[in-house]
Design a protein around this ligand. Structure first.
Ligand SMILES: NC(=O)c1ccc[n+]([C@@H]2O[C@H](COP(=O)([O-])OP(=O)(O)OC[C@H]3O[C@@H](n4cnc5c(N)ncnc54)[C@H](OP(=O)(O)O)[C@@H]3O)[C@@H](O)[C@H]2O)c1
Ligand SMILES: *[C@@H]1O[C@H](CO)[C@@H](O)[C@H](O)[C@H]1NC(C)=O
Ligand SMILES: *[C@@H]1O[C@H](CO)[C@@H](O)[C@H](O)[C@H]1NC(C)=O
Length: 349
């Protein structure tokens, strides 16, 4: 290497070294800009997570449809215990003595048939007890059976009671809530509103429908300080479940038995707490927790911890879910094989 070549390479090295330092302010500027962008993005992410102020149940007017039995009755009792005035709605005349709770008002109406009628009873109860602070849509029926054995009429009636029976009362209270810029609406869906299982071809869609209603309504109502809660109770020990048990296919029973039966008081405690806090999702028990995390999708979130839990657990829970699905499929296949074998045996006799 000649002297000149050595010199020029030293100079380029020197220049390169120096231009590095010259770039430093730009690099710092870039880092600062990146931080600002990240901060703005974080604010954007967190903005839907700001929790609402809890509703004071003491002195509030709570309307519970389906409040004469099962989960609805327990929800009414829980709200009453916390100092709320209760209006119960059911089809059959509800006698106050039979309820062993001091409900203030009992209304007898079918929530799924005539909107005009529902609107007028809601007006009546608002005149007596003041504007509705919280509406609990719990009137509903379940039914299980094999798709081809369910009467066609049943698909319509379940959609009417479980879906329209939640739309009508909500529609009747919402205008006043918007004017007052406060309120809570609860929809009682079901775990069968998060997963479709054998035997629930008529029931599940009516409960899935509530999810679409709840999500859309929440987006409309949030600026008016009205919060929507959708509850997904597991199998709960109620007269409704006893009735459903009578027609339950073997497959449905075996699948249901993989999780237990919950008491209505426990369901009521959890869902009332969630509605008061303005949480969108409300689930009960470990399977309920898993299902809610798995199915959160694009649904609203109400707190930072909830959002973080969903992000962290989703993949893990999906892995667990695959095992559940495998075992449900094998239950269904086993039942079919056994049925065919016993049919073949009958023929041989
Ligand atoms: N039990 C469970 O395992 C379970 C699990 C998940 C979700 N759920 C849901 O939770 C809700 C309550 O279930 P539950 O087991 O507690 O039921 P339940 O014991 O059968 O009680 C149903 C209540 O709804 C009322 N109702 C039914 N149809 C009505 C209508 N068309 N108009 C007005 N009121 C009506 C009933 O009173 P009348 O008959 O006098 O009208 C009764 O008060 C249902 O939506 C159900 O789908 C239940
Ligand atoms: C319904 O059947 C299940 C078993 O599949 C049982 O655990 C439950 O206690 C029954 N519920 C009622 C209310 O009869
Ligand atoms: C759903 O609600 C329950 C309480 O009702 C809560 O413990 C759980 O974290 C929530 N799950 C998700 C995924 O938001």
């Amino acid at each position: 290497m000649s002297y000149e070549e050595g010199l020029s390479s030293t100079i380029t090295d020197w220049l390169f070294f120096n231009s590095w330092w010259l770039l430093l302010p730009f690099i710092m500027l870039l880092v600062v800009a990146a931080f600002i962008v990240a901060f703005v993005l974080l604010l954007y992410m967190i903005s839907p997570l700001i929790s609402p102020k809890p509703l004071k149940l003491n002195g509030a007017h709570v309307v519970v449809t389906g409040g004469s039995s099962g989960i609805g009755k327990s929800i009414a009792m829980e709200c009453y215990r916390q100092g709320a005035f209760i209006t119960l709605v059911a089809r059959d005349e509800v006698s106050r003595n039979k309820q062993n709770i001091n409900v203030v008002l009992c209304i007898s109406v079918d929530v799924s048939k005539d909107y005009g009628q529902v609107e007028s009873v809601i007006k009546q109860c608002q005149e007596k007890l003041g504007p509705v602070d919280m509406l609990v849509n719990c009137a509903g029926t379940s039914f299980s059976g094999k798709f081809e054995e369910v009467e066609v009429e049943r698909f319509r009636s379940l959609m009417e009671v479980n879906y329209l029976g939640s739309v009508y009362p909500t529609r009747a209270v919402i205008t006043t809530m918007k004017e007052r810029r406060m309120g809570r609406i609860m929809f009682v869906s079901s775990q069968a509103g998060q997963i479709g299982l054998f035997g629930y071809t008529a029931y599940s869609p009516s409960k899935f429908a509530l999810r679409g209603l709840a999500e859309s309504l929440q987006m409309e109502m949030k600026p008016y300080n009205i919060y929507v809660t959708i509850a997904y109770p597991p199998d709960t020990d109620t007269p409704g479940l006893a009735e459903e048990n009578r027609t339950k296919p073997l497959e449905t029973r075996l699948i249901s038995e993989t999780s237990g039966v919950t008491q209505p008081e426990q369901v009521a405690k959890t869902v009332v707490k969630d509605a008061v806090q303005g949480n969108f999702n409300s689930s009960v028990g470990p399977d309920g927790y898993m299902l809610s995390a798995l199915t959160c999708g694009m649904s609203p979130v109400t707190s930072i911890t909830e959002g973080l839990q969903q992000i962290v657990t989703m993949g893990l829970f999906r892995t667990v879910a695959l095992f559940y699905l495998g075992s449900f499929d094998s239950i269904v296949r086993r039942c079919m094989i056994e049925r065919e074998q016993s049919k073949a045996a009958d023929k041989r006799e």
